[in-house]
Write a protein that binds this ligand. Structure first.
Ligand code: FAD
Length: 415
């Protein structure tokens, strides 16, 4: 099977790259072995949130100070603003409406009630531009009875510490009560599938209108809108006060929707998405990759002019560690990682972990290195790349989208 470009991995980076290439007329195949880390994403994207533990307010300026090993520096700090605008437009074209811009971070609220710097946030989610000017004072935090994936106590406490006057209000409706017969049904994704009819939404809105007293803003867990934002719009038209969603623990409805909409858009543009298949090895001729063998296609390797590795970090098995080493399992590419096993991790769960900045080594055009030399037609994007740290620096989704768009330009221009 021959196409112009084969992408390994169908998460945010692989899909961004696939969409951008398909839009430019390329035939693209994505091999996607499983779920992506978008299922952990509560509806915000981060470009650069932290440097040395200090929150970044103006990411474009801060990006200029990053070391040369960071993927943004490889792309070129002067190109980041343009690529960030392109990424936001790509999301909008896929039906994902987000607010924010790259020149100034806003604040997103985590399920634990912590404010974190963010670049883009879904329009229906709570987003704070300035912590000294909250969008409202009195807030009704609506808590669904029996729903465990929103730690209401911590969320309410976190919001209070930010200066909100929070009233946590438990509620239920007949539709929710019927789901509670099985506790496993009370997950965000199940609620989002079941609470879709206008009558179910109206019953929820009635409860909110009855219980939210003098609140200026109503907050609801983000358990609505698996396919688009219309459930939010319907609810907002029924609720008499301004309404915003707050992120839940994973699996996240918002992240699942972003993944589904990007995949749908990629397929609409003619892209070929091989769901549930995995790349297992590659055939090389010197510094060129000729083809990729997959688990399902067996002895019919995927052949292409260009290949892109978008297989994610350890959590997605884009990187693997055994007792001896950290390695990239498909092509055995060069990896930037500490040699000694003791250096990989620290004991405290909340301590910064060295392994979270490990990844495949690339040249400045993001070409993958193997045995110290760049493979001319194999580039890496997203969280499989070394030199960044989604957890510590809050740069994961930005690196995913912007390296994908930068690599697209390299492939199209033949550079
Ligand atoms: C727990 C967690 C929470 C996060 N929360 C946030 C957040 O709130 N906000 C934020 O901005 N960022 C967050 N991030 C970071 C962000 O989600 C990621 O940086 C970004 O989405 C990574 O996208 P990716 O496509 O590079 O990798 P992934 O999402 O990991 O996708 C890689 C894909 O490749 C597939 N794959 C792997 N190997 C193969 C193979 N051999 N063949 C075929 N397919 C393969 C995997 O199955 C997976 O689908 C979080 C990350 C994690 C881990």
């Amino acid at each position: 099977m021959r196409t112009d470009t084969v992408i390994i991995g169908g998460g945010l980076s692989g899909l961004t790259c696939g969409i951008a290439l398909a839009k430019r007329g390329q035939r693209v195949t994505i091999v996607a072995s499983g779920q992506s880390t978008l299922l952990f994403n509560g509806g915000s994207m981060e470009l650069l949130g932290n440097i040395d533990g200090i929150a970044v307010t103006t990411p474009l300026e801060a990006i200029g100070t990053l070391p040369q090993s960071h993927p943004y520096s490889k792309i070129g700090a002067d190109k980041i603003a343009g690529l960030a605008d392109e990424a936001k437009q790509l999301l909008a074209d896929a039906g994902i409406d987000m607010e924010g811009n790259a020149s100034a971070n806003h604040w997103r609220i985590t399920p634990m009630g912590v404010a974190k710097p963010a670049w883009l946030t879904l329009k229906e989610n709570l987003r704070i531009d300035d912590l000294d000017k909250l969008p409202a004072k009195r807030v009704a935090l609506m808590c669904i009875r029996g729903y465990f994936d929103q730690p209401n106590g911590m969320l309410a406490q976190g919001l209070r510490e930010l200066g909100f006057d929070v009233k946590a209000i438990e509620f239920t409706t007949d539709d929710i009560t019927s789901l509670r017969r099985s506790p496993s049904e009370m997950r965000a994704t199940t609620l989002a599938k079941r609470l879709i009819s206008n009558s179910a939404l109206q019953r929820i809105a009635d409860q909110i209108n009855n219980l939210s007293d003098d609140a200026e803003l109503v907050l609801l867990p983000s358990v609505f809108g698996q396919t688009d934002a219309t459930d939010f719009q319907t609810l907002q038209s029924m609720v008499k006060k301004p309404l915003r969603f707050v992120a839940t623990l994973p699996p996240s409805v918002a992240g699942g929707r972003i993944q589904a909409l990007l995949r749908h858009y990629f397929k609409m543009l003619g892209g070929n998405y091989l769901m549930g298949d995995s790349a297992v090895s590659g055939q090389f001729d010197g510094d060129k990759l000729l083809g990729v063998t997959t688990a399902k296609l067996g002895d019919m390797p995927l052949k292409a002019n260009n290949f892109v590795l978008a297989s994610g970090s350890f959590i997605s098995r884009g990187l693997v560690a055994n007792y001896e080493r950290v390695f990239e399992p498909v092509f055995d590419l060069d990896v930037d990682a500490d040699g000694e096993r003791e250096q990989w991790t620290r004991f405290g769960v909340l301590e910064p972990q060295a392994y979270s900045r490990y990844g495949v080594a690339t040249d400045n055009d993001l070409r993958c290195m193997k045995d110290g030399k760049p493979i001319q037609n194999l580039r890496a994007i997203g969280s499989v790349l070394s030199g960044h740290d989604a957890v510590k620096m809050g740069d994961g989704t930005g690196v995913s989208m912007l390296t994908a768009l930068a690599v697209t330009k390299g492939i199209i221009s033949g550079k």
